[in-house]
Design a protein around this ligand. Structure first.
Ligand SMILES: Nc1nc2c(c(=O)[nH]1)N[C@H]1C(S)=C(S)[C@@H](COP(=O)(O)OP(=O)(O)OC[C@H]3O[C@@H](n4cnc5c(=O)[nH]c(N)nc54)[C@H](O)[C@@H]3O)O[C@H]1N2
Ligand SMILES: Nc1nc2c(c(=O)[nH]1)N[C@H]1C(S)=C(S)[C@@H](COP(=O)(O)OP(=O)(O)OC[C@H]3O[C@@H](n4cnc5c(=O)[nH]c(N)nc54)[C@H](O)[C@@H]3O)O[C@H]1N2
Ligand SMILES: [Mo]
Length: 635
């Protein structure tokens, strides 16, 4: 069977509006008027409006997008693809430490002596961070990789802990128990800076090395080795990504890793830390700018009346005193008819959300959909108005914030295609049509407004960012820098300076929702490859001589059992639907485990078969664990 031929996406250069069910070219005035008209209808009932903001765009653009949502429309319904990846990391870290950011700098990774990469294929998905890991390894650091697949990252590890998908909590609990039983806890730190230790220690007691080996598939000796190395390390680093978060209990997974750092005192010191590696180039910044439903810019709590009053005074707004809907809740609200008007800037949910048939149904259920993108995506094809944006990362001037919380300047390197317009200017045009006279002539003007409202960014002028090559937040003062790591307060002698103790969390193991059965006996996990990017819109969601398209990766033993060879087409079915893909043999997989990417949805859309089970705290879907069956196709 031959692959479908595909042409690359072409940049959008003229606005489109829908008439009689068909998208047709329109003038800018017509398209903007049409978009604003639909938005105006929500002004009497702002909770019917929702904004998906763009984690690839600048801090400045995200600041303006959330300001538009809160001050022009009057709702906190604003979110981004952070919901599909690291919302559980932010929720877990904020619960324990009051701040959702990764705690360390990249320099500290280089200076660590033990590094654990948990559920993270950093070699392929975070190559810049991985450079720092390799520098540490060259200096003698020991690298542990915890992943069900033998990824190219795992191949660099001194030890690879090959766990069964969805068994991270038993593994973390067994490591915790071993640290406790071997007398390797940092008792001074636990007594001074934490709470809930006794209850936590009792809760992990059933997870002996043997019980964990049984459940996780990781040999007891390897679990023991990781526990001892991490607890004894001078500078122990624990980093995780989607293997931890993209589960129905992602926040619990994150909390079970944070427990380990509290036990061993591996946080709040130079070189010791907890670092979720953020996925999109500016997903950290998007959240920091308040493009999330529960925080205003600078991670300030929406429930705090004083904070709201400060923003209302600056913006002339009436910010609702409650959290908005997150992306997952917005999709649910579309189905119920409660959310009727949606503005999507640079997101492609039709192809990135789990169970995509369901997403299409929900987006088709609303009255007014405006999509502002650089390409005519599958999501844009459902829109009532399409606005061509010119703000691709290399065409804009502003700042991005990376996983070490470093804000860095980006400058325009390319002229945008003729006909496309800057994301911020489009937001201003729409605000103006709705009665708000906004003028931002430069990214710097937006940034300076933010700095007056967000204490953690206050000390970062553009000039200073340029002089220093970027600055990590928090940076409260123009003449000072803060330590490169967070939560140093936990080590203070003085209880007042130390502040709120960090709580241990008692967590129950809960296996993947999509159960394996006789009908669906194979575990499918999904993720990334070095050569492609997300839903493929920007990297060319099609195969090429350089890039093999979508495959179903299986180990040789499974392929033999199914009677299939490499490149042979198979049908892959789950409880949601079925797709067809060629087989690729990957010796990094164990029998019963399959892998696919999300990169080629125009040819083969894996999200037809993934499950929508979501984490109740963070709203992130269980992309990492579907139950499937694989059938050889008749030749
Ligand atoms: N080249 C490239 N780089 C990218 C992207 C891209 O598309 N292409 N996307 C960016 C984005 S948005 C993000 S969020 C990041 C994501 O970066 P990563 O999280 O590193 O990428 P993934 O491949 O999704 O998943 C990581 C690993 O989780 C493992 N895993 C699966 N199930 C489990 C489990 O139950 N437990 C554990 N411990 N591990 C498990 C998988 O085998 C996989 O190797 O990458 C970013 N960088
Ligand atoms: N099966 C499965 N599905 C997954 C995942 C998985 O591991 N497995 N991972 C999930 C994760 S972590 C993520 S982050 C999501 C990603 O989900 P999405 O964010 O929906 O997917 P992207 O392909 O990154 O889409 C980015 C869009 O932004 C547009 N864009 C880029 N720059 C700009 C700009 O400057 N301005 C404007 N206006 N538009 C711009 C691009 O053209 C593109 O359409 O996918 C999720 N889906
Ligand atoms: Mo992501």
């Amino acid at each position: 069977m031959k692959r479908k031929e595909k042409t690359p996406y072409v940049r959008l250069t003229e606005p489109l509006v829908r008439d009689s069910g068909v998208l047709r070219p329109a003038t800018w005035d017509e398209a903007l008027d049409r978009a604003a008209e639909g938005f105006r209808k929500t002004l009497d009932n702002p909770e019917t409006f929702g904004m998906f903001s763009c984690a690839r765009a600048t801090n400045e653009m995200n600041y303006v997008a959330q300001k538009f949502t809160r001050s022009v429309i009057g709702t906190n319904n604003v979110d981004s693809c952070n919901r599909t990846c690291h919302a559980p990391s932010v929720a877990g870290l904020a619960k324990v430490f009051d701040s959702g950011g990764g705690t360390s700098s990249y320099q500290e990774i280089e200076d660590a002596d033990v590094i654990v990469l948990w559920g993270s294929n950093a070699r392929e998905a975070h190559p810049i961070f991985f450079q720092h890991v390799l520098k540490a390894v060259h200096k003698g650091a020991k690298l542990f990789v915890v992943d069900p697949r033998q990824t190219s990252t795992a191949k660099w590890g001194h030890r690879w802990l090959r766990l069964n998908v969805g068994t991270d909590i038993p593994l973390a609990h067994a490591i915790a128990r071993e640290i406790i039983h071997a007398g390797l806890t940092n008792t001074g730190f636990i007594e001074r800076a934490t709470e809930g230790y006794a209850e936590f220690a009792a809760s992990v007691e059933p997870w002996t090395l043997e019980a964990a080996e049984q459940e996780t598939g990781v040999p007891a000796e390897l679990i023991r080795e990781l526990a001892h190395a991490y607890a004894r390390a001078d500078r122990g680093q624990l980093s995780w990504t989607l293997g931890i978060t993209e589960h129905h209990n992602g926040t619990d997974n994150v909390l079970s890793l944070i427990n380990l750092s509290l036990l061993a005192g591996q946080v709040g010191r130079y070189g010791a830390g907890l670092n979720p590696l953020r996925g999109q180039n500016n997903v950290q910044g998007g959240g920091d700018m308040g493009a999330i439903p529960d925080r205003l810019p600078g991670f300030q709590n929406i429930l705090d009346a004083g904070v709201r009053a400060k923003f209302d005074a600056a913006w002339g707004s009436h910010i609702p005193p409650h959290k908005g809907l997150n992306l997952t809740q917005m999709l649910d609200a579309m189905e119920r008819g409660a959310l009727t008007c949606v503005y999507i800037i640079g997101e492609n949910p039709v192809q990135s959300e789990a169970d995509c048939e369901h997403t299409i149904k929900r987006l088709s259920n609303i009255d007014h959909l405006v999509v502002q993108d650089i390409f005519l995506t599958k999501t844009a094809q459902l829109a009532d108005v399409v606005l061509p944006a010119s703000a691709a990362w290399c065409e804009s001037d502003g700042t991005f914030t990376n996983s070490e919380r470093r804000v860095q300047r980006v400058r325009k390197a390319l002229e945008p295609p003729e006909g496309a317009r800057d994301d911020i200017q489009l937001l201003c045009e729409l605000a103006r049509r709705l009665g708000h006279d906004w003028h931002y002539d430069s990214g710097e003007q937006v940034w300076d407004e933010l700095r007056t409202l967000s204490p953690m960014h206050a000390g970062m002028s553009y000039r200073r960012l340029e002089e220093l090559g970027g600055i990590q937040w928090p940076c409260y003062h123009e003449d000072r820098l803060e330590p490169t790591f967070l939560h140093g307060r936990l080590w203070e002698e003085d209880p007042v300076k130390r502040g709120r103790p960090a709580p241990f969390s008692v967590i129950e193991h809960s296996p993947p929702v999509d159960l394996l059965s006789e009908e669906f006996p194979i575990r499918l996990t999904t993720g990334r490859r070095l050569d492609s990017y997300n839903t493929g819109v920007q990297s060319g969601g099609f195969s090429s001589p350089l890039r093999k398209g979508e495959t179903l990766d299986l180990c040789e033993q499974d392929a033999v059992a199914l009677g299939v060879r490499e490149d042979e087409m198979v049908q892959i079915s789950s409880r949601r639907g079925a797709i067809v893909a060629p087989v690729r043999i990957d010796e990094g997989l164990r029998p019963g485990l399959a892998f696919m990417t999300l990169h080629f949805p125009d040819e083969i859309d894996v999200n037809v078969i993934t499950i929508e089970a979501t984490c109740p705290v963070a709203g992130t879907a269980e992309y990492k664990a579907a139950a499937i069956r694989v059938d050889k196709l008749p030749v």
